[in-house]
Design a protein. Sequence first.
Length: 361
Amino acid sequence: MPKSEHSLHIRVSEADSQFRHLLNKHKKSELINGYNQCVQAHIMPQMGIEANIHILDCTKLEVELKNENYEESSVVKEDGKAQRGYKLSTLRGISGDSGIIEEIRFGTMKEHDLELSRDMILNSPMLKPMDILINDRGFLSREVINELKIRRSVDTYIPLRKNMLAFADAVSLAISSNKWKPHPNKKRKTQKIALVSDAGRMWESEQPDDDVPLNACVVWDTKDDEYYVFMTTDTSKTAKQIIQTYELRPEIEEDYRQLKDFWNLEDFKSTKINVIAFHIVCTLLGYLMFQIYVGTQEGNHWSGKSLPVIMKKFVPPVKPKSVIVYSGLYFAVFPFIDFLHIYSSLEGEVRSSLDSVLALV
C-alpha cells in the first residue's frame, strides 16, 4: 500500500474508532428521544409544519435469524416462519400532499404494537385537541380510545376484528337497515357502505359508564360477500367521511416500503443496539429531509418518485471550482480563474511549487 493511502487508511480507522467511542456514550433511548426532540422542537416549528391527521403503525425490522449477537433482538413466529429482529412504532403526521414521521418508539419484535406505542399514543405532544388518529387492528383498546377522546379530545378511527361481537352487531344492523350507498372510492366498484349510529354500546370496556360514543361505517363487498367495520369517536361524521379518512392509512405502509427497499432501513452494520438505533435515527432524518424537500417549490418535480429514480435522473449543478493554497499557518481560497491569472504571472521556483496544486484541479 502506498504511503499516502496507508496514512489515509489510518486516519479513517482512527475517525471510525473515535466515532464509535462517542456513540457508545449514548443509550438507545437517548438516540430515539433525540430524533423526537429534533423533529418536534426544531424541524417542524422552523418549517411551519403542523399536522392535524396522524397515522399510527408499527413495522418489523428483520435481521439474520441465526445471529444471536444482535443485542435486545427477539424471535417470533408468523405463519410458521421464524423471524429475528426489532419493532419500530411511528406516528406519521399528514402535511399537505405528503407526511412526516413525527415521533417514534423502538423495541423488540416480541412487543405488542399497543404496548410499544401506548406511551406515545397517550402523551405525544403531536396529538392536539380536535386532531384525528388513524390506527389499525393492532391498537384495538377501548380504554385507550376513551382516554384519547376524554382527556385529549383526539378522535380515533380504527377497524374492528371479525371475531369481535361488536363487528357482528354492526354488520347485522347495517344489513337490517338496508341503507347502502356506493363506496366513495371509484376503484371499489363492488363495495357499498352504511352508517351505524350509536355503536358504542356494542363495544364496552370494563367500565362501560366511561365509554365514549362511537359510530361505525360498515363496508360490504358484494363480489365476495365480505364485510368490514370501521369505528370512530367522531359521531358527527357520515359513513362516507369515516371511510375516506381511514383510507389515508396506507400512506404509512408506503413510507415503510420506501424506507426498507430504497433507504436501507434494515441494513444494520453492527449488532450493537445503540449503533442500530443510530442507524434508524439517521435514516429517518434523511427520509424526513427528503419529504420536506419534495414539498418545496424547488423539489416539487421529484414528488411521487422513489430515491433510485431520483438518483438516476439527478444531474448536479455545475459550480465554479475553487483552489485552496496553504503554507504553514496561512491559507487562501481562490476562484479557479483567479488562481490561473496569479499562476500565469509567477515565475521560477514559486510557479514550480504551484504545479502540484494545479495538477490536482
